[in-house]
Design a protein around this ligand. Sequence first.
Ligand code: AMP
Length: 190
Amino acid sequence: MRIVFIGPPGAGKGTQSQRLLDYLHIPHLSTGEMLREAREAKTSTGQLVDSFMVRGNLVPDPIIMQMVGERLERPDSAAGALFDGFPRTLRQAQGLDEALAERGTPLDMVLELQVNDQEVMSRLAGRGRNDDLPEVVAQRLALFWKQTRPLVEYYRKRGLLHAVDGHGTPDEVFARIREAVDQVRSKQRS
Ligand code: AMP
């Protein structure tokens, strides 16, 4: 399966992604993780993206698309993907559609994890990543609503969107996610 996972920073996407990966056994395509690895390895891309990431700004689309394109070339991508933290802009969403269309492997569904801002702030307060400082979090949240949330409508129009309530315990949230995934899978089989 190919699933796009959308949600504000701190929505619990990390925890739920892991559960979904264990459930579906598909590769994890997290652009945030790929960028953090590039930064730690001090590659040229890593050095370039650092200034965007520490401020909570989005890394420019061409850099992201290049990175994702290379990832999709790897053989394990044939098994599917959980796109996590990507796409974040309409350009990235269109780029992903094109890349997947070229390969004849379209998206199966888009999961939107819905959590209110208050909950997000309190969850992020306990995390301690260097882009979790309050002013950086505020910037990341603002960008989420401005740049990324519009993707929900983009995917809704194409009939791919499944919204999931992200409040409650991790088990409760995952039960909702699994239900949405199972629904898509059983429709595809029938
Ligand atoms: P994340 O781990 O997904 O929260 O990403 C951490 C940071 O990496 C973000 O705040 C952005 O600076 C950058 N980033 C991750 N994914 C993307 C993306 N798809 N487009 C632009 N910037 C991204």
